[in-house]
Design a protein around this ligand. Structure first.
Ligand code: PBG
Length: 337
């Protein structure tokens, strides 16, 4: 697209419209509302449990009883969806991550409790094995080569997604990057009668160093050690490949697609939105949050201003919504304004 400027200075003075608040308001192209937010929360077993996440100031892991207070505030602020990430006890972690499929595991229990108390609040659950495995990988490694086995992982993920759907979750979000998982999960959901369960596919999920604090938060960092996820997550060098991933996930039955990380990948968000024009989301991941928080804590950046500006940047790039650990802070600020 070429920008046609019919006139030059001084007929065109770009600063005229910027001069007063009324004309700035009048020409604003994008807006951030509480409805754009998805709030990720880390959940724990037990009751009345609350732990700070050291590398994510202001973020805590909470037990399911305390999660209800969080949900209540989300509803009051107009945040449409809460995303659950479990902290699984080491004693429940195995090589195959079978606890992920337990219909009475932490995540299904939290989903039931949330839907019972707040039926109007959307609940999203992650589909991946890393919180449940002793090696911290999202799938099942071949015992000799360590290569993550695609089809066997997809079979486990499908059981995990069904356990979440049975518990009443609204959105399942496969974050594992196996090939064909969206199609297999969609078929299983349809066959079991879960025709309303939405799938938000982590379609363009990159092998990123920005996930570090998250792996601390769910306790998978130590298990993963020096290993990487490069055989399934995408190479940060690529964006044509992201379009192909999105096309496949849509063909397999995804309702929504996601790009992750967020701020360093806004070019990918824009390309996906322009190409497919489907509901498109971005994940402002743990490392992005940690980076902004650390600078703000040092007094180097204005916390609220960079938080709101980063959210506007996602909207401008074409995101319909953003998973962000700032969701509560943003919604509170919007309400107060
Ligand atoms: C697990 C998963 C990860 C994140 C969301 N789901 C970590 C990973 O892939 O290693 C990262 C979220 C964040 O950094 O905030 N599959």
């Amino acid at each position: 697209m070429t920008i046609i400027t019919p006139v030059a200075f001084p007929a065109a003075r770009m600063r005229r419209m910027r001069r007063d608040p009324f004309s700035r308001n009048l020409m604003r192209e994008n807006v951030v509302t509480a409805h754009d937010l998805i709030y990720p929360v880390f959940i724990l077993d037990g009751t009345n449990q609350r732990q700070q996440v050291a590398s994510m100031p202001g973020v805590e892991r909470v037990s399911v009883d305390l999660l209800m207070k969080v949900a209540e505030e989300c509803v009051a602020l107009g945040i449409p969806v809460l995303a659950l990430f479990p902290v699984i006890d080491q004693s429940l972690k195995t090589y195959d991550g079978i606890e992920a499929t337990n219909p009475n595991g932490l995540v299904p229990r939290a989903v039931r409790e949330l839907k019972r108390n707040f039926p109007e609040l959307g609940i999203l659950t992650d589909v991946a094995l890393d919180p449940y495995t002793t090696h911290g990988q999202d799938g099942l490694p071949d015992e000799t080569t360590g290569y993550i086995m695609n089809e066997r992982t997809v079979a486990m993920l499908t059981r995990q997604a069904l356990a979440q759907a049975e518990a009443g979750v609204d959105v399942v979000a496969p974050s594992d990057m196996m090939d064909g998982r969206i199609g297999t999960i969609r078929t299983a959901l349809e066959q079991q009668g879960f025709i309303h369960t939405r799938i938000m596919a982590y379609s363009a999920k990159y092998a990123s160093a920005f996930y570090g604090p998250f792996r601390d938060a769910v306790g998978s960092a130590a298990n993963l050690g020096k290993a990487d996820k490069n055989t399934y997550q995408m190479d940060p060098a690529n964006s044509n490949e992201a379009l192909r991933e999105v096309a496949l996930d849509l063909a397999e039955g995804a309702d929504m697609v996601m790009v992750k990380p967020g701020m360093p990948y806004l070019d990918v968000v824009r390309r996906v939105k322009d190409e497919f024009k489907v509901p498109t989301y971005a994940y402002q991941v743990s490392g992005e949050y940690a980076m902004l928080k650390a600078a703000a804590q040092n007094g180097w950046l204005d916390h609220d201003k960079v938080m709101m500006e980063s959210m506007m940047a996602f909207k401008r790039a074409g995101a319909d919504g953003v998973l962000t650990y700032f969701a509560l802070d943003i919604a509170r600020k919007l309400k107060a304004a």
